[in-house]
Design a protein around this ligand. Structure first.
Ligand code: ATP
Ligand code: MG
Length: 378
C-alpha cells in the first residue's frame, strides 16, 4: 500500500501469539478500511507500537514472556505511545482481570471468542473517542497559547502606557520648569527695573512735585506685589526650593502648609540623604504637595506627619499621614489628585499605597525603586 494511504487509513495493531485464530477479525477490520499490523509477543508489540504509531491496539493478556498488563503499563509510561488507546482481549472473563486491565491503562475489554460486530463497534467508538480527545488537547494547547499571547500583549500595552505617562509627566515638568524660569528671569527683572525707575523718579522730581512722593510709594507697593505674584506663580510651577534638593523643598512645603492650613506638620527627613534625580525629586514633591492640599481641603486633621526615607541604593519612600476624618476607598472613585499621584509614581516604576478609613485618618505612601530598577507599578 502507498505511503499516502498508509497514513490516511487508521492503523490497528493486534498483539496476539496466535494471530491465526484472529484471521476473521483481521479480515473484517481490513474490509472496513483499517490498516492492520500484527505482533506475536509483548516485546514485538512494544517495538511495533513505537515504530508505526497505531491509532489503537488490541492486546492479548496471555502472551509469551511479558503479559498484556505489563506491556500496557510500558506503553502508558512512554510519551511516544501513551495516548494510543488499548483494548484488552482474553479468553478469561474474570472480573479481576478487567479491573487489572483498566488499572494498567486499558480503555476497554473484549472476551474471546471475539464477536465480530462487537469488535467493530468497540474499535470505532474508541477511535472516535481518541480522536476527540486529541482534538480537545490540541484546542487546549491553542487556548493556552492564545492566553499567553494575550497576557504578553496586555503586559506590553501596560508597560507602554506607563512609559507614555512617564514621558508626559517629564515633558510637563520640563515645560513647567522652562516657563517658571522665563517668568522669573524675564518678568522678575523687568519688574525690578520698573521699581528702580520709579524710585529714581522720586529722587529726580520729588522736590519739585510735593504730591509725587505718595504716588511713588503706591506705585512701589504695586511693583512689590507684582514681584511677589511672579515669585508665587514661578514657585507653583516649579518651586525654587527644589533647586536645593528634595529635603529643603519638603521643609518649604511643610512650612507653607502650616502657615496656610494652620495644621502642624511634623517632618522627618534623612540626616544624610542621597541626592535624588530631577524626575524622582519632582515626583515626590508633587505627591507631598497634593497630599497636603488634600489634608487641608478634606481631612479636618489635627496634625500631619510627613516622612522621607532614602536607602543607600537610592530607593525611597515618602509617607504622609494625617489624623483626620479619612474617607472610603472605592475603586475608580478617586479624583484627579490621587490619580495624578499614582500615575507619576507608577511612571517611575514605583507604587502608591493609600490607606484610609472613616474616622481613622489617611496614610499615603509613595515608594520608588532604586534608579534603573523600574519594578512593576501598582
Ligand atoms: N487626606 C484626606 N482625608 C480625607 N479625605 C481625603 C483625603 N485625601 C483625599 N480624600 C478624599 O478623596 C477624594 C479624592 O481626592 P483627590 O485628590 O483625588 O481629588 P480632589 O481633592 O477631590 O480633587 P482634585 O482633583 O482637585 O485633587 C477627595 O475628594 C476626598 O473625598
Ligand atoms: Mg486633591
Amino acid at each position: 500500500m502507498a505511503a499516502e494511504t498508509l497514513r490516511d487509513a487508521q492503523t490497528i495493531l493486534i498483539v496476539d501469539d496466535t494471530p491465526r485464530n484472529l484471521a476473521p477479525v483481521i479480515t473484517v477490520l481490513e474490509e472496513r478500511g483499517y490498516q492492520v499490523a500484527v505482533a506475536q509477543d509483548g516485546e514485538e508489540g512494544l517495538a511495533r507500537a513505537r515504530l508505526i504509531q497505531p491509532d489503537l491496539i488490541l492486546l492479548d493478556i496471555r502472551l509469551p514472556g511479558a503479559d498484556g498488563f505489563s506491556v500496557c503499563r510500558e506503553l502508558k509510561a512512554d510519551p511516544a505511545t501513551r495516548d494510543i488507546p488499548v483494548i484488552f482481549m482474553t479468553a478469561l472473563s474474570h472480573g479481576e482481570h478487567k479491573v487489572q486491565g483498566f488499572a494498567a491503562g486499558g480503555v476497554d475489554y473484549l472476551t474471546k471468542p471475539l464477536h465480530l460486530e462487537e469488535v467493530l463497534a468497540r474499535v470505532a467508538t474508541h477511535l472516535r473517542l481518541g480522536a476527540a480527545l486529541a482534538d480537545l488537547e490540541k484546542r487546549n494547547a491553542q487556548l493556552d497559547q492564545s492566553r499567553l499571547e494575550l497576557e504578553r500583549r496586555v503586559e506590553e500595552s501596560t508597560a507602554q502606557l506607563r512609559d507614555m505617562a512617564a514621558q508626559r509627566e517629564l515633558a510637563l515638568d520640563l515645560e513647567r520648569k522652562r516657563i517658571a524660569r522665563e517668568i522669573h528671569d524675564e518678568l522678575g527683572q523687568i519688574l525690578t527695573a520698573l521699581k528702580l525707575g520709579i524710585s529714581t523718579l522720586r529722587l529726580q522730581f520729588g522736590a519739585a512735585n510735593p504730591g509725587l512722593g505718595e504716588r511713588v510709594r503706591d506705585l512701589l507697593g504695586l511693583a512689590d506685589k507684582s514681584i511677589q505674584v511672579v515669585r508665587n506663580v514661578a514657585g507653583s510651577l516649579r518651586p525654587a526650593a527644589l533647586d536645593m534638593g528634595i529635603c529643603p523643598a519638603l521643609e518649604w512645603l511643610a512650612e507653607q502648609f502650616e502657615r496656610h492650613a494652620g495644621i502642624p506638620c511634623l517632618l522627618s527627613l534623612p540626616a544624610h540623604p542621597e541626592p535624588l534625580d530631577e524626575s524622582r525629586a519632582t515626583t515626590l514633591f508633587r505627591v507631598a504637595q497634593e497630599a497636603l492640599t488634600n489634608v487641608a481641603r478634606h481631612a479636618q486633621a489635627g496634625q500631619v506627619e510627613m516622612e522621607l526615607a532614602v536607602e543607600p541604593s537610592g530607593a525611597c519612600r515618602l509617607v504622609i499621614h494625617d489624623d483626620g476624618q479619612g474617607f472610603e476607598l472605592r475603586h475608580g472613585a478617586q479624583g484627579f489628585g490621587l490619580l495624578g499621584m499614582r500615575e507619576r509614581v507608577n511612571g517611575l516604576g514605583g507604587r502608591l499605597d493609600i490607606a484610609s478609613r472613616h474616622g481613622g485618618g489617611t496614610r499615603i505612601q509613595a515608594s520608588l525603586p532604586a534608579p534603573g530598577n523600574g519594578g512593576t507599578g501598582s
